[in-house]
Design a protein around this ligand. Structure first.
Ligand SMILES: C[S@@+](CC[C@H](N)C(=O)[O-])C[C@H]1O[C@@H](n2cnc3c(N)ncnc32)[C@H](O)[C@@H]1O
Length: 231
């Protein structure tokens, strides 16, 4: 099983104990499989919306499950991520149960919609999120700040000429969320200059198409300022 750099880095960011991990929008299921194979996490739910995908994944897991540690437990759920039963399952776990919800490989706008529905169900629970949006990170980070998330770990991966911001966030611990990405992500990072140039180019083009968009303007100003500071 060969994981690309983005999925491998996400799996490495799962380096503390969680009683239950959710690999949401799992598609091929490679990320969840790797996390279970690493042995730190004992229980994981794969979630995807498309029945053909979840049926195929179930068959694949039944075929290759013997490569996983003996005590690994998994389920494949065919449902919308915004409806996963965090509170119900938490009631079957220890009182101080820790859950991690991974949402990777979909647009930032869709992640915002999902978090708007999921976060009200997290109150009183210990739930961290590991996110990897494919676009609209600035808008997503703005919403994460409004939802009072903090940043525990952030990494930048460049793959196939595309940049990915990987963010481990929590309500209970971490640094204040930055709109442009934390120092952990940018400092001493040889990829920073390339990725920032891409972002700046993207917001310049977006502003040319829609000059009055305040979010585009603020993103462009912030990324240009960051470039002066760190590259
Ligand atoms: C490109 S794949 C991402 C695969 C993997 N997570 C990754 O990062 O490479 C996106 C998957 O998200 C699923 N998806 C999109 N919206 C969803 C939702 N609201 N609930 C569950 N799955 C969803 C799609 O069916 C698709 O399989």
């Amino acid at each position: 099983m060969k994981l690309n750099k983005r999925l491998l880095t996400l799996s490495e960011m799962v380096n503390e104990h969680y009683d239950l991990v959710w690999d949401c929008c799992c598609d091929h299921g490679l990320l969840g499989f790797k996390i279970l194979a690493d042995g730190v996490i004992k229980e994981l739910n794969f979630v995807d919306l498309v029945p053909d995908i979840t049926n195929k994944l179930k068959r694949k897991l039944q075929q290759h499950g013997h490569h996983l540690p003996k005590d690994a437990q998994w389920q494949v759920l065919c449902q919308d991520v915004s409806e996963i039963a965090l509170a119900k399952l938490a009631s079957q776990l220890p009182n101080d149960a820790r859950q991690l919800v991974i949402i990777s490989g979909i647009g930032g706008d869709l992640i915002i919609e999902i978090l708007n529905k999921l976060t009200p169900n997290c109150s009183g629970l210990h739930v961290d999120f590991l996110l990897c949006p494919v676009q609209h990170t600035y808008k997503l980070r703005k919403r994460l700040r409004e939802l009072q998330f903090k940043s525990k770990d952030e990494r930048l991966v460049l793959e196939n000429n595309r940049g990915y911001e990987l963010m481990l966030i929590s309500h209970s611990a971490g640094q204040a969320m930055s709109l442009t990405g934390s120092d952990m992500m940018w400092k001493n990072n040889p990829l920073a200059s390339d990725y920032l140039n891409k972002l700046i180019g993207h917001y310049q083009r977006s502003l040319r198409a829609n000059q009055r968009d305040l979010l585009y303007q603020s993103a462009l100003d912030d990324y240009c300022r960051l470039k002066e500071q760190c590259c």
